[in-house]
Structures are given as C-alpha cells and as structure tokens.
Design a protein around this ligand. Structure first.
Ligand SMILES: Nc1ncnc2c1ncn2[C@@H]1O[C@H](COP(=O)(O)OP(=O)(O)OP(=O)(O)O)[C@@H](O)[C@H]1O
Ligand SMILES: [Mg+2]
Length: 376
C-alpha cells in the first residue's frame, strides 16, 4: 500500500490537495471501504486505555476518515493508521469495493461494529433443575469449588472438561447452571462462529475469547459444537483456516498464559470426530445420556407441574412410551405439543387424549429416537 509521507491535517495547503485530486483522477475511486478497529501497533508503558470510537454519527467518522486517507490505494487486509493519535491507532480494511481502489472524498467509509462471536449470559437454571446426569453434576460441583477458591487447587485445577452425548440431553443447560450457581460470567460460543473469514481472524477470536474471560478473575468458557473445529486435522484443508483456530485453542487450553480461575467446557454430540490433540486436552469427558425410565418419569412430572394448564393424565405410562426421547423431546415436543393443542381448543386440562395425540405426532416425525451409541 503506498504510504503517504505527508501528514494530512485540517489546514491542507492547496498544492497538496491538487496533487491528491490528480492522483485520484487516474486511480479507480473506491465506492465503499469497511474498516474494523484493529488497535495500537505499540503501547506506551503504563498506558493501557483502549481507544474507543464514541460517535454514533456515521457521517462524522466518514468525514474524518476521508480527510485522513484520501488518495490511498487499499486492498483487503491493509491497515490504515490514524495519524491524529499517538501511538497511531490502526484500522484494518476488511472490505473495499472495488478491490485495490483509491479512497476519495466521496468514498463511503463504514466502520464495522466488532462482531461478537460469544455472548455472556445469565440464567436462573440450577443443578436441581437437571434430572439425571449425576456424574456431570458432581464434576460441576468440583468446578464450583474451584471457582470459589482457585488458590486452593494450585496445579490441580479443573481446566478443560468435555461434555458429550446426544442432542437435547442437557449439556448446555448444565453449563448454564454451573455459571449461575458459581456466580461467575459464562461466555457461550459456538465453535463454528470462531472460524473467521480472513487469515488470522479465527485465531484472534479464540485469543480474544480467552483475553475477555481472564479479564474477570473467574469465568467459564463454554464452546459448543466443538466437533466443527476439532474435526480431525486430515480433513481440515477443506475447512479453510480451521487449523489456526485449532492451534489457538490448543495454546489456550494448555494455559500458555496462566488462566487462573478460567474453566473451559467444550460440548459435542460426536466426540469421535474431535481432533485427537484437542480431545486429549480435556482432563475429563462426561457423558450425557438419554434419560432412563425413572428419569423420564421425573422429567414428565417436573415439567407437567410447570405448564399453565393442569395435567390430569397417566404420566408414568407415557414415560415408558417415550423410550429413546431426550429431555428436550419430552419438554419441547411432547409436553409443548399437548399444551398448544389444549390452548387451541380452550381445554381446561391436559388429559391422556391430548398427550396421546402429541405422542403420535412425535412418533410420526420419529427423529427423536436417536441411538446414543452413535455419539460415543
Ligand atoms: N437432564 C435434563 N433435565 C431436565 N431438563 C432437561 C434435561 N435435558 C434436557 N432438558 C431440557 O431440554 C432443553 C434442551 O437441553 P440442552 O440445550 O441443554 O441440550 P444439549 O445437550 O445442549 O443439546 P445439543 O447437543 O443439541 O446442544 C433444556 O433447556 C431443558 O429444558
Ligand atoms: Mg447444547
């Protein structure tokens, strides 16, 4: 990228403006440039306040940007330095139309709001809401103790735990309960969302995820759909920059930086598809199973008691009919289906007939019968 040596200030001299206009007329003018704040290339020791763009007015930033970078030819991945700040704040060009065009006074310069690949959540879910999955709850109690006093554990801290099992068996729910009961922030992210579009972007997202988590002294990082990036590396050439995400994740899971008070929980339906290096980083794999008959009975009574229309039916019989169904199937398909049918008909109770109907509908869809051995 040609660098302009002269510093453009508000008081441009006329010959300099003419020179820029001459350059602009022979180069292809850029229609739109999309920038992302990239940070400072260097920091003054002791100065750690990040620069933040506080204006919501796109025209204000547009005027500021075209004033500074007029005449520059840019392509994706280039950095533009804000020369009005010291040290110079950098913006990364994440898109330009057309590619390699030149910023002119009429170029639309858009600032991309930082993309969130994670979300911090708060819920009311507790361990008591989880039916079954006793070994997962027990492990979570150890993590809870660790998060309450990490110094007691020293080198023996629980760090990386893998939840695996069929869909709808309570993996996400258990991670949420852990965050809630431990009173620590939990960052939820899907592995697929960590994969970036540009080289280096995926690795940066992983490092940012951990940097943000370690900002709070205690936190849980929950990475869902881990098999999407953990896919055995021999398949990774077809997945673009997945290997950089894997490597970044391996580095963070190894605790290159001492992430005291940070616990990573990964979740997958299919641990067999995990990259073996990633899989070996998990000190414990906790299996989530489809509920047993006793657990289905408990679940049915638990969720039936929460429905806005009373249930008067033989729930225990339905529990045996629901063999192979997950907690999600029982709540979201079976009971919700019956409730909606009852509401539609203004029924005062949910009875055997309504539940039978819902069960039949579910069986017709029949994809709830998922043999658990497929996932181990
Ligand atoms: N063991 C359980 N006890 C009580 N409720 C459960 C249980 N398992 C699932 N549920 C219900 O099903 C919902 C979905 O479960 P959850 O999202 O935790 O499943 P998951 O294992 O993360 O599934 P996926 O693999 O598809 O992400 C929960 O919010 C809860 O309402
Ligand atoms: Mg889940």
């Amino acid at each position: 990228m040609p660098k302009r040596s002269k510093r453009i200030s508000i008081e441009h001299d006329e010959s300099f403006i003419e020179e820029i206009e001459r350059e602009e007329s022979i180069l292809t003018p850029a229609e739109t440039v999309v920038l992302r704040p990239a940070g400072f290339p260097l920091r003054t020791p002791g100065e750690d306040k990040p620069l933040r763009i506080t204006t919501d007015n796109p025209l204000l930033f547009q005027a500021y940007a075209t004033d500074q970078w007029r005449g520059q030819r840019v392509k994706r991945g280039d950095f533009l330095f804000d020369q009005e700040t010291f040290p110079n704040f950098a913006f990364e060009v994440i898109d330009i139309l057309p590619e390699g065009a030149c910023i002119t006074s009429t170029t639309r310069v858009v600032l991309e709001s930082p993309q969130k690949s994670t979300s911090s959540v708060k819920t009311q879910v507790t361990f008591d809401d989880i039916i079954g999955n006793e070994s997962a709850k027990q492990k979570c109690r150890i993590i809870q103790k660790y998060l309450a006093s990490p110094e007691r554990f020293g080198d023996w801290a629980p760090r990386n735990i893998l939840f695996y099992g069929p869909p709808g068996t309570g993996k996400t729910m258990t991670a949420l309960a852990l965050g809630n009961e431990s009173k620590v922030p939990i960052s939820l992210s899907k592995a697929t969302e960590l994969i970036g579009t540009f080289v280096g972007e995926g690795a940066k997202r992983v490092h940012d995820l951990y940097a943000e988590a370690t900002n709070s002294s205690r936190s849980i990082i929950f990475i869902d759909e881990l098999d999407a990036i953990g896919l055995d590396r021999k398949y990774q050439s077809i997945r673009g920059d997945v290997s950089e995400v894997v490597n970044a994740l391996l580095a963070e899971m190894d605790g290159v930086k001492p992430n005291i008070g940070t616990v990573t929980v990964g979740a997958t339906n299919a641990p067999v598809f995990l990259d073996s290096a990633i899989r070996s980083r998990f000190e414990e794999e906790i299996e989530f199973k489809l509920p047993t008959i006793d657990e289905r009975i408990k679940m049915l009574h638990h969720y039936a008691g929460k429905l806005p229309i009373p249930v008067k039916a033989d729930l225990d019989r339905f529990a045996s009919e629901l063999d192979g169904a997950s907690g999600r199937d029982i709540k979201e398909k079976f009971l919700k289906g019956a409730l909606h049918a009852a509401m539609l008909r203004d029924a005062q109770v949910i009875d055997n007939a309504l539940l039978n109907e819902s069960l039949d509908k579910m069986k017709k869809q029949s994809n709830h019968m998922v043999p658990s051995q497929l996932f181990t």
